[in-house]
Design a protein around this ligand. Sequence first.
Ligand code: C5P
Length: 223
Amino acid sequence: TSSTLLSGKKVLITAGGTQEPLDPVRYLGNRSSGRMGYAIAQACQEAGAETILVSAPTDLPIPKGVKRISVMTAQEMHDVVLEEFPKMDVIVKAAAVADYRPKENASQKIKKQGTSLWVELVPNPDILAELGKIKSKQILVGFAAETENLIDYAQEKMRRKNVDMLVANDVTRQGSGFGSLTNIVSFLFPDGRRIDLPQMNKLEVARHLRDKIAELLGVTKED
Ligand code: C5P
């Protein structure tokens, strides 16, 4: 049955939007709510997986039975994920990771000036791309939130980052993406297969995703 589908498997999910500090009171952030990642953690836990959520700041409660490790920045998320990676069977990268961070994190609050303020941004590590390079047995699942050319961009990302499955969502569609309780996604696979799901709750999306992950692991549902 689905309550034991992933028993004995270790799954790590990243969720939420990273926050990149500018000074002690300000950060650069994004609109990720963390809901999709938290729903995936719940769905995997329900299926008996040992589930770790590496979470950027959100207001969401920790799903029952899930271990949460809280992080703030992309760099912190990177360090935790790389540390846990060798022990994992599955990694799902649902977090919206900031591509850039302010070069300087001022030690004191930046004071208002009359003129323009210039902030230099430097690139963050691409956690998923790094995992794609070092993975051995692990199943790697990525997300692509896009605002145009959804499938093309997502396919390009799937290949470039060497993932086993990519979840594509158009964040401009109603009922999809950041903050929404529902999502409209497509699952893409390196062999060219593509599954378009209709609009559904994020928990339902998460359960479909979990069942596909089980298939990729070679375990099948018996109910
Ligand atoms: O930001 P991008 O659209 O490239 O994100 C695609 C996937 O890569 C997502 O699964 C996201 O969590 C992951 N990612 C990451 N580290 C980054 C940027 C994105 O792991 N610095």
